[in-house]
Design a binder for this molecule. Sequence first.
Ligand SMILES: Nc1ncnc2c1ncn2[C@@H]1O[C@H](COP(=O)(O)OP(=O)(O)O)[C@@H](O)[C@H]1O
Ligand SMILES: [Mg+2]
Length: 376
Amino acid sequence: MLVVDQGGLVVAANAAARGTVGGVRPDDVLPIHGTRRVGFLRYLKRCASTDAIVPGTLFLEADDGTVERRRCHGARTRFDAFGGRVLTLLHLDGPMLDRRFAILSAKLEAARGVMQERRLRSRRMQSLLEERGRLLVRLKEDAAARVAAERERDQVLTRLYRAGQDERRRLARDLHDHAGQHLVAMTFGLRRLTPHLAAPGALAELDLLLRQAQDIGQALRRVSLELRPAALDEFGFVTALRYLAKEWSRLTGIATEFQMVGQDVPLSTELAVTLYRLSQEALTNVAKHAGQPSAVSVVLLFGVSHLTLTVDDDGVGFDADAASALALVAEGKLGLIGMRERMSLVGGSLELESMPGHGTTVMARVHLRGDVSSDG
Ligand SMILES: Nc1ncnc2c1ncn2[C@@H]1O[C@H](COP(=O)(O)OP(=O)(O)O)[C@@H](O)[C@H]1O
Ligand SMILES: [Mg+2]
């Protein structure tokens, strides 16, 4: 309880009033918080202008800046002891309000604590989520890097494999085209010498040379077998041959038909390699010599007892009957002779049909009975 004049000067204050924020004492100006001062003076004027009790609010400010909000009731009063001036008797509703406020603020404080805890937890959750996101990104990057590395390794392996295959093919071709065919030519030459050798011991010497040539030929065949086309190993004979025809057609642009008739049986490695190389040579000849054939066909016929491979073109053809082995060897043309030699080595035969203007047919024939695949 306190009494103030119209300017807020404290005229009297009881113990309760003195215990409020700011320590209100008589002769003090009521320590109303600066921004609220105008409103407070207006409130005092209102109290002075009526007989009613006017409810209001005080914002008391302590020296340290703390502001205490107090509900109050004001009533006009006059005391003779204070010169009969119009004064206002202010009753502070404080303690009740304070208690309620204390309970409320305790609840608020608790709520604030919970909120803070929640905020903290959600912040922790957020940072966990971010961490997980970063980990996921890193995992994805790692996985992508691994996939790229694997792809690169595969490419390198493929390149190495292809390089190896190319090398084998080149070696096999060199052996066949150069060493093998020249050996054939040499054998022919040696045989041609036979009638002219009269001196004693010369025939025996020639025999020795021929046997040596034969041994070299066998050694070459073994190496050539080991260098057999990779396609044969990978796909088996029929598929490899089909692939060869398709590739050849793609490279030359000549329509090529591959046909297999009958039920295929496993062939020995030597027979498969022989027929495969023969097809390569026959197709090479078509590309080299047949002019502009409109169609080429490769037919593989598995009969009851025989296998026949035919390579046929409708190109310019040539006089096959006139082309004697000796003449061909003399001209260094060793493809057809090589085919025939190779077929006889596997117990087969080669037929050649060709006339100028009527295309060319190369037909290889071999007995099938007892021919068992030697390499699975
Ligand atoms: N499909 C073909 N069409 C036309 N002529 C061919 C065909 N195949 C072979 N010839 C003829 O037979 C010859 C001998 O062939 P070949 O022994 O393979 O020797 P090269 O191919 O080295 O000439 C060839 O030069 C060519 O005149
Ligand atoms: Mg040839």
